[in-house]
Design a protein around this ligand. Sequence first.
Ligand code: PLP
Length: 449
Amino acid sequence: TPGSTLTSQEVVDIVRTTNYGTWRFQKSWNPLHIVDAKDCTITDGNGKQYLDFSSQLMCSNLGHKNPAVIASIAAQAEELAYAMPGYATTCRAELSKLLLEILPPSLNKFFFTTSGTDANEAAFKIARMYTGKTKIIARYRSYHGSTAGSIAATGDPRRWAMEPRGKQQGVIFAPEVNCYRCPIKHTYPACGIACADYLEHMIRNESDVAAVLVEPIVGTNGVLVPPEEYMPKLRKICDEYGVLLIADEVMTGWGRTGKWFAMEHWGVVPDILTTAKGITSAYVPLGLCATSEKIGAFFQDHYFSHGHTYEAHPMTLAPAVATINEMRRLNLVDRSAELAPYVEAKLRELKAKHPSVGDVRGKGLFWAVELVKNQTTKEPFNTYSDKVSGTPLLVDQIAGKCMADGVIIQAWVSHFVVAPPLIVTREEIDRGIATLDKHLALADALVEP
Ligand code: PLP
């Protein structure tokens, strides 16, 4: 904060003792004091610089301190900081026009929120109001948000803390799509995409199914890229049974995977698309729930029973317009696709070199490096249970070493997420991967024959 007289240590102490550190035991929280961020570089309170190798939470796609986005925030604050959602604003119209250009043409009715979580909450309510049905089929190893509905639809251990007390009725889980560790023990391509058949089996054996909810490429839980045939097959199944398909593109949207939206990789258009993060490159908090023309038409004469005070907040919409314009000017979606083979080749070298690397996978500038004790048995060093019980995780230890060497990389249970801002240079990619390469020695030493 300009003008603050607090020392860096005071900042950390005040924040640590008065705020909750999320998804963790509080006693282990010792946050870094960040004072500056520019392009792909973060600076801490002691002046030390770090390469942001995961775009913070896979959201700072444009990189930090983009002048056009900053100017849009200042200009919007001067012009009109807030108007209640029942009004039309110019930035709302400008952003809607851009979305009509970028999204598939059938997704043409928008609801603006302030996070990915509440974009998904809106999607669930809309799907239930539209279909008159209740159940959402989500998948294990997914993350869809932290509040009641979205945590209930989350297929990873972040849901466990809410059970059994508050489990929301109406969500059932299909097996995740994970060709490296197939939960139904099949091998691609001989499997014929049995995971999609299993999901169809679920729809046939359940009543009251409103929607199937997927992260097109599972994000936090391991950058799980589905086989080429999966999404088209899922679209067909949903159409056959009259079930909506919801694509949660909170993390995969906005060029992260080398397309504006990941569903484009398979030419599949969902009925509802949710997104957040990269829509403003995280300069301000904005989420979006985009629905199909058919759903939009339904609410012409059905009550749209949803809304927020901060919905379509002008301070969030104007920077989204600037972000999209900057992404276009800098051609960042193509850049993400063009850099993918470079990152992939480097990560494949990493795998060839380290016995502790079980798998590398991804698309665009969105990659996972998964660690294993043994490449044949694929036994992981840590599991979800370790995560929620506070057992120290090997990946966190390695990420800590990388941070000491000036590279910030996200670690989750047993993998790292390589997802730098889309403006990253090849030199920065080299530096980030070389740092990980150096500290993977820690895992190699623990590999079991
Ligand atoms: N959906 C996905 C796929 C996500 O990755 C996230 C956040 O990481 C969310 C939803 C929740 O978004 P938010 O943290 O903005 O509430």
